[in-house]
Design a binder for this molecule. Structure first.
Ligand code: PAJ
Length: 279
């Protein structure tokens, strides 16, 4: 497995490969777990050469404490990537990838950026858009893989390639979960034992909301979820929304012609966990 930190090295390697090999790309912020590796596995099946990037992108954090506490497990990450047969790992440094100007570009994602995560994490999607666009320019993959775990991010990246006419196919990959249903996340490692034991409540609530979606309207379900979380001392609900998949607009009524998803963000003390379920 090749490990590069320099943009030039990646660009040269990609240039030499591009004519005969298809390239799959999995961008990450490290602290890798099986959820990330499931993306590498899918990319391996669909491409000749798979590139992963590890870069904790400062501009997408709205909270300095979250950035500082973001787990860093480089040795373990490289071992995991090597055993999943990833071909190249790109680990840039901030000054290099941002050309000594670590700032976000401003994007118009047709309103996708103002819903859910956008309301609670100011500037987050400008940061994500800036870094992913830059990584795409360097890696120039045929396909890039993103988890449905961050469904809003996935839709925003689809919008990004569409608006900027970037010739990359975006592949959405299912959420990989722990046995007890908790969506895998780099942040899970920061949970205390008690918080970790409480956390499967998030997905259990989503599953029950899905059942209720057959008979109750979105507002009734939202109220039910809010009441459920009031009974949970270790978990604080930030938002629960039922939204249409394409536009991410909240819905009131079930429209049989559209796809819907329930989205949730929860705090366990200062650790923020997100999840979603297709309805
Ligand atoms: P990160 O949180 O490291 O996630 C990298 C990719 O792994 C994302 O596409 C995310 O949705 C996916 N992923 C994380 N947990 C998953 C799970 N349990 N199941 C399936 N996929 C999962 O998302 C980012 O990094 C950054 O915003 C990034 C796109 C790299 C830009 O900085």
């Amino acid at each position: 497995m090749l490990v590069y930190t320099k943009i030039k090295s990646v660009e040269q390697k990609i240039k030499s490969l591009k004519k005969e090999a298809s390239i799959g790309f999995v961008p990450t912020m490290g602290a890798l777990h099986q959820g990330h590796i499931s993306l590498i596995d899918i990319a391996k099946k669909e491409n000749d050469f798979v590139v992963a990037s590890i870069f904790v992108n400062p501009t997408q954090f709205d909270n300095l404490e979250d950035l500082t506490n973001y787990p860093k497990t480089i040795d373990k990450d490289l071992t995991l990537l090597k055993s999943s047969k990833c071909d190249l790992v790109f680990m840039p440094i901030a000054e290099g990838i941002y050309n000594n100007n670590v700032q976000s570009q401003h994007f118009d994602f047709d309103g996708l950026e103002f819903e859910m995560e956008g309301k609670f994490r100011k500037g987050h999607f400008n940061g994500v858009g800036t870094i992913v666009k830059r990584l795409f320019e360097i890696v120039k993959p045929n396909k890039a893989y993103f988890g449905e775990k961050d469904f809003q991010q996935l839709q925003i990246i689809r919008k990004l390639v569409d608006k900027y006419k970037i010739p990359i196919e975006i592949i959405g990959c299912e959420i990989f979960r722990e046995k007890d249903g908790l969506a895998m996340s780099s942040r899970n490692s920061r949970l205390t034992k008690e918080q970790r034991n409480a956390a499967p409540f998030i997905y259990n609530t989503l599953k029950q909301a899905k059942v209720k979606f057959g008979t109750k309207n979105a507002l009734e379900i939202k109220k039910w979820v809010e009441d459920e979380f009031k009974k949970q001392p270790l978990l604080t609900l930030e938002y629960f929304e039922i939204a249409e998949e394409e536009t991410l607009q909240s819905i009131k009524k079930h429209d049989l012609n559209k796809k819907h998803r329930a989205f949730i963000a929860v705090f366990a003390d200062k650790i923020r966990l997100i999840d979603n379920i297709s309805l």
